[in-house]
Design a protein around this ligand. Sequence first.
Ligand code: BTN
Length: 258
Amino acid sequence: MLDIAAITHTLGSMHACRFDIDLLQECPSTNAELLSRAEAGAASGSVVVAETQTAGRGRQGRQWISAPDDSLTFSLLWRFAPGTSPAGLSLAIGLAVAQALHKVGAGGTAPIQLKWPNDLLKDGRKLGGILVELVPGAPHAAVIGIGLNLRLPAGMPAGLAAQSAALENTGDANALLAIILVELLAVLTAFATGGFAALRDGWRTRHAFEGKPICLLSDFAPPRHGICRGVDMDGALLLEADGRIERILSGEVSLRQA
Ligand code: BTN
């Protein structure tokens, strides 16, 4: 299904030179693969895309399950200038992917939305996820992993299917990957100079829970209820509760509409 020549064709000569794309039929996890390549010195712009992941990694130590042909799973290595803070990076990536999906007409009349910190939603259901991992020993290098549902597998358990969405008719996965990479390039360039603050307004226009009652669930603390007041300049979630605004920084929480 995936094909390097087709991806490079859509990237065009101006953008193709910014990426070094490796297509694998199968690997445990594109993030794990690229992290080890990064530690061995792989260049910024290295991309690993896999037809099949056998041990895909999700946030909070969860598994990311995807089926060949039904999903797009890839990782990008990006090296920032020393001193660049990664705060808000995963939110910025969500924005890039949402913008790319908008360009290919995904979501139809309903825009693709974002759920803090970095879920992609279509009609309120999860369309894709992002896992950013910093390269050990190189704090300004990040492996950016993206998983998108192209189709929902027929045998998906009903409970999971009810919470999941897929792109369905957005054409060729090669072109989609190329368009996402181009958008990532633009967003990462903006992030490198202005941090998440430069992208915050765009993120908030796609935020699914802006001004809405939410509940934050954690394995380590009781649930917290409040009104979502968007995100701060560094990507922290703003929760209004008991007359004051609390900044939520930990990614170890799950957000639900209350
Ligand atoms: C989430 O839990 O929502 C994040 C899921 C991220 C999955 C992607 S698929 C490509 C890359 N490789 C991985 O092992 N995980 C990420």
